[in-house]
Design a protein around this ligand. Sequence first.
Ligand code: SAM
Length: 433
Amino acid sequence: MSQANPRALAAQALSRIVHDGVSLRAAFATFSTTFSDARDRALLSALLHAGARWWLRFDTALTGLLEHPLHEREPQVHALLVLGLVQLEILGLPEYAAVAATVEATRALGKPKFANLTNAILRRWLREREARNAALDADATTRSAHPRWLIKSIAADWPDHADAILAANNAQAPLWLRVNSRRITREELAAKFAATDIEVELPEALAQALVLGQSLDVTRLPGYADGWFSVQDGAAQFAAGLLDARSGMRVLDACAAPGGKAAHILEGAEVDLVALDRDPQRLPRMLENFARLGLRADVREGDAGDPSTWWDGRHFERILLDAPCSASGIIRRQPDIKLHRRASDIPALAAQQARLLDALWPMLAPGGRLVYATCSLLVAENAACIGGVLARHADAAGRRVPLGWHAAGAGMQNLPGEAGMDGFFYAILDKSN
Ligand SMILES: C[S@@+](CC[C@H](N)C(=O)[O-])C[C@H]1O[C@@H](n2cnc3c(N)ncnc32)[C@H](O)[C@@H]1O
């Protein structure tokens, strides 16, 4: 098989994502190494994101077009055909180019006997697309390309916003950066970008944020290697301010890897920061990020829910728990969540979040503050979880989160796409003296 055809590689990668539970990020990291040309990598990325985002629609569409199902016998050809439909309907490629390139990719895949079938299926779709699209739009799952359990959960938790959430999940997210205020001001950084014809917005609500309309390879932007900035969505950039860690304080980031919020805290104050994470594979990336940004932290591997293995018994004045969660608020960035997450994951995650909160609470100094954050929009992981902590710990009090977001129990919720940001939840818990 030729290794240089982006569509053929995208079909292989998408098949791994859909059938083997491989994350889009991991699949892209593996398959993109084949290409030295940035345009090929960009096409692979666009195909994988749109393919995962719209799989539930065009997988059903393809099944309706085929006389004999392909997904078990020939999963890569099946994925290639789904990508053909995605190129026609979502990426807006000219019909001739999309069909010809997809037919060509059957050969690159080493499956030339499917070239005629591919041509016939895509041409049939083009003849019948209006009626077939109307049929797909009649069902919520194929209309929104979300699994039924998630549509129901979103409708139950956010009844007035459900359609807007599903639409935002299928939109492309802007690229947010956070300037490293120890190295450069954001106005200076914006001027450096403008000198290379990259225009940015400087949102008022966040002092260190820059927003780029287009997505691009940030490692090629001026100042990346010098640690002038990091990639971080706007919603995540509120964590450091809410934590209010001041110089000299002892701070715990309990779920820190890859270190985005920990780095923001360190950029803002001279704190004594323990950056903990349970996953040893995620620690090197965190260390690399701190080194690039010129920051120092006490990086440890450990389970935040089992302090006996890593805690020295000294209290923290500030704790950030950026908890493992369903990531249901960042589907626009990681559309494979729609394919990989199951309804049964949610109670298990909520139990894990409660376990971490209960284990961390005794480590917080009297008068201290804990900030709880998730990139979920589900009540079970957010308001209900915090409600449980407040009920179990008499010395815990919820503080109003000063963000103009949706009130959600003792916390605040941003819904995906609002203010251009990800879906995110914050709660602030103060401990009495
Ligand atoms: C949402 S991510 C954290 C993102 C990070 N705070 C940032 O801003 O870059 C959640 C992290 O929690 C870690 N994690 C999950 N369970 C954990 C546990 N029991 N103890 C410590 N870390 C845990 C995961 O390995 C993952 O790196």
